[in-house]
Design a protein around this ligand. Structure first.
Ligand code: GDP
Length: 337
C-alpha cells in the first residue's frame, strides 16, 4: 500500500495486553466484521504480527505481559524505528494498572528507538462506562501516564488519548485522527476540499479510505458525528450495491465458523478486493430531509463523499466538473509525493 506519493506508507503498530480488544478493532476496521461477532474471536497466546494493507500499512503486535518482555522488545524496537504511530489499547472496563505499567515501559522503548513516534492511547471499550466514568477514566489515565513520563524527564513525547469502542463510530474517528497526523499533505488536501466546497455548493466533503472507512481529510467547516455516520453508512451501501451484480466478485458471506478457523486469524475477503478494478464506484442519493449524498471514487481506494442541499442538484454537472479538477489535483499530489 501507499500513502500519498512514492514515500513508504505510514506504518502503525498496535499493542496492548491480551483481551484488550486489538483483534476486534482490526476485524471491525479492516474486515468489516460486525462488532458482536468479535465475541467469537479466539484470543492469541503468542506475540503475533498481522499486517493489514489499506491506505496505510498496519501491523498489530500483541505483547502479553507474561511473555519474555525484553526479548520481544528487541524485535519491537526495530519496528518502532520505521513506524509513525504506536497505538496502545487499554481495556477501560478492567483494572488498568497493569496496562499502565506495560504502556510505560513500551513508551520508553518506542521513544528510544524513534523519538518522533506518535503514541496514541486508546482507552477502549468505553461503551460499558457512563459518560461521567468515561471522562474520569480519561483524566485519571492521562494524569498517571504523563506524570510518569515527567518523572523520567521525558517532556517531548507526542502522546494523545482517545476514548474508543467498536460499538459506535468512535473507533473510526480515533483511527482517522491517528492516520491524519501521518499524512504530510494534509493541509493541501484540506485546502483542496475547501476550494471544492466553496465553488460547488457542497456543505461538507470528506475524503475516505473506502476499505477501512478512515477519513483521510475533510474541509474546514464544522463536523458533527451524525454527518460522519451518514457518510460511512453511505460507503457501505454503495459498496454493497456495487457488488450486487458483479459476477464472481461478491464477497463471501461471513459465518461464525469462518471466524473460528486458523487459531483466531480470521480470513475474510477484504472488501476493497471485491471492487472491480478499473471501474470507479460512485452513487448519489437524496435523503428525506432534502440533503443530497454524493460519492465518487478518486485515486486508489479513496472516495470523495459530499453532502449538498437539494438546490445544488440542478447544478450537478458543474459540481461534477469541479470534482474532476479535484481528482486531477489528487493524482498530481500522488505523483509528486
Ligand atoms: P485482544 O486479545 O487484544 O486481541 O482482544 P480481543 O479482540 O480478543 O477482544 C477481547 C474481548 O473484548 C472480546 O470478547 C471482544 O468482543 C471484546 N471487545 C473488543 N472491543 C470491545 C469494545 O469496544 N467494547 C466492548 N464492550 N467489548 C469489546
Amino acid at each position: 500500500g501507499h500513502a500519498f506519493g512514492p514515500n513508504p506508507s505510514p506504518r502503525i503498530v498496535m499493542m496492548g495486553l491480551r483481551r484488550g480488544g486489538k483483534s476486534s478493532i482490526c476485524q471491525v476496521m479492516f474486515h468489516n466484521m460486525q462488532p458482536l461477532d468479535t465475541l467469537y474471536i479466539e484470543s492469541t497466546t503468542a506475540p503475533t504480527t498481522s499486517v493489514f494493507s489499506s491506505f496505510i500499512d498496519f501491523a498489530v503486535m500483541e505483547l502479553p505481559g507474561q511473555i519474555n518482555f525484553t526479548e520481544a522488545m528487541i524485535d519491537a524496537e526495530r519496528i518502532f524505528s520505521s513506524c509513525g504511530a504506536l497505538i496502545y489499547v487499554i481495556d477501560s472496563q478492567d483494572e488498568y494498572i497493569n496496562s499502565l505499567a506495560n504502556l510505560h515501559s513500551i513508551i520508553l522503548h518506542a521513544v528510544n528507538a524513534n523519538p518522533n513516534i506518535n503514541i496514541e492511547v486508546f482507552i477502549h471499550k468505553v461503551d460499558g462506562l457512563s459518560e461521567d466514568f468515561r471522562l474520569d477514566a480519561q483524566r485519571d489515565i492521562t494524569q498517571r501516564v504523563t506524570d510518569e513520563l515527567l518523572d523520567d524527564g521525558l517532556v517531548n513525547v507526542s502522546i494523545s488519548f482517545h476514548l474508543t469502542s467498536i460499538f459506535d463510530h468512535s473507533i473510526y474517528e480515533a483511527f482517522s485522527r491517528v492516520v491524519q497526523k501521518l499524512i504530510p499533505q494534509l493541509a493541501t488536501l484540506e485546502n483542496l476540499l475547501n476550494v471544492l466546497c466553496q465553488h460547488s455548493g457542497i456543505e461538507k466533503a470528506f475524503l475516505f479510505d473506502i476499505g477501512s472507512k478512515i477519513f483521510v481529510a475533510t474541509d474546514s467547516s464544522p463536523m458533527d458525528i451524525p454527518t460522519y455516520e451518514i457518510c460511512t453508512d453511505f460507503i457501505d451501501i454503495t459498496v454493497d450495491m456495487n457488488n450486487l451484480y458483479a459476477i464472481d466478485r461478491r464477497p463471501k458471506p461471513v459465518t461464525r465458523n469462518d471466524a473460528h478457523t486458523n487459531n483466531g486469524t480470521v480470513s475474510i475477503t477484504n472488501r476493497l478486493e471485491s471492487i472491480p478494478q478499473g471501474r470507479p464506484i460512485g452513487s448519489t442519493s437524496r435523503l428525506s430531509n432534502g440533503v443530497i449524498l454524493y460519492l465518487q471514487q478518486m485515486v486508489k481506494g479513496l472516495a470523495l463523499v459530499c453532502l449538498m442541499r437539494k438546490e445544488s442538484m440542478p447544478k450537478i454537472a458543474l459540481v461534477e466538473y469541479n470534482i474532476e479538477f479535484f481528482r486531477d489535483a489528487l493524482e498530481q499530489l500522488w505523483l509528486i509525493g
